[in-house]
Every structure is written in C-alpha cells, then in structure tokens.
Design a binder for this molecule. Structure first.
Ligand code: HEC
Length: 147
C-alpha cells in the first residue's frame, strides 16, 4: 500500500514536470540562451574528443564548472532537473559515464538533440551553444555529486 502511494506520487510528479516542459516550450517563457564563456580558453575549431577543461585542470576547470552551472540552469534544467538532479522526465546527467566515453556521448547528444517520430524530445543545441559552452556544461554535470 505504502509502495503504491509512493509510486503514484512519482507518476504525478513526472506528469507535472512534463506539463511544465510542454507549456514552457509552447509559450517560450524559458528561452534557451547562449552562454557567455568569457574567462575560458578558446578551443580549436575542430571539436575535442575529451573535455578539454578537465584535461587542463586547475583554474580553467574551476571556471568551466562555474560557467557550466549557469549555462545548465538556463538551457537544460527544465528537462534534466535543477542542479542536474533528474525528476524522471529526462535522464540524470550525473549518471553519464566519466571520462572520454561519456564526453563523446554527451557532446553528440547536445549537438544533435533527440527526436522521435519527427518531434524533438530534446532540441539540438549546435546552433546555439559554442563548443566552450558545451564543455563547460559537461564540466558542471560531471562534477555534481552523484548522491
Ligand atoms: C526539452 C527537454 C530537454 C532539454 C531542454 C534538454 N534535454 Fe537533454 N534530453 C532530453 C530527453 C527527453 C532525453 C532522452 C532522450 C533519449 O531517450 O535518449 C535527453 C538526453 C540527453 C542526453 C543523453 C543522456 C543519456 O543518458 O543517454 C544528454 C547528454 C543530454 N540530454 C544533455 C542535455 C544538455 C547538456 C542540455 C542543455 C544544454 C539538454 N540536454 C537539454 C530532454 C531535454
């Protein structure tokens, strides 16, 4: 019985979040925004295969995490959850694999988005976000505590 109630409230919560996503897409009150990456080293035109800011470490990585945090809030949180904690509608990005394999998967998804039956479940971001901004967001999500 207790389990049923818990399961039911999870379904209700997911449905509410979905409604929120649809209405925000419909009315555009949460507009995706380009991310100001001032302070981060510019990257070569060709996409890196592995998070370059993690590889640089130190202040660049710190800065990337900070910029990624606001970039994430502006562009990803409405589906993937505040502070990268998923409410169940879209995958929890803290759970992506660490390192190069996870990096590749991340960048590919962010560039191309995800569509099913001709509608976008996740919009492509390649026209909106710079490579610097994408890696900054990856820096943020990969350093969020997993619990
Ligand atoms: C409109 C809602 C929406 C927005 C906004 C959105 N996503 Fe997604 N995202 C999804 C959904 C839904 C999926 C799951 C697609 C699938 O089933 O593979 C997904 C999948 C992903 C995946 C693959 C996750 C995995 O476990 O395979 C990554 C990485 C990702 N999103 C990153 C981002 C980032 C970074 C942003 C912000 C720049 C973002 N998304 C914005 C809805 C969204």
């Amino acid at each position: 019985m207790k389990f049923k109630i818990v399961a039911l409230s999870a379904v209700v919560a997911a449905a509410l979040q979905l409604t929120f996503i649809q209405s925000s897409l419909g009315h555009g009150d949460v507009q995706p925004q380009a991310v100001d990456t001032t302070g981060l080293d510019e990257l070569p035109e060709e996409f890196a295969l592995e998070n370059p800011y993690r590889l640089m470490g130190g202040e660049q990585y710190e800065k990337a995490i900070e910029i990624g945090s606001s970039g994430y809030s502006q562009n990803c949180a409405r589906c993937h959850g505040l502070q990268a904690i998923s409410g169940g509608v879209a995958p929890d990005l803290r759970m992506l694999e660490d390192g190069e394999f996870g990096d590749e998967w991340f960048i590919e998804r962010v560039k191309k988005g995800y569509s099913q039956n001709g509608t976008y479940k996740m919009p492509p971001f390649e026209a909106l976000l710079s490579q610097e901004a994408m890696w900054a967001i990856r820096s943020y999500t990969e350093t969020r505590p997993k619990e």
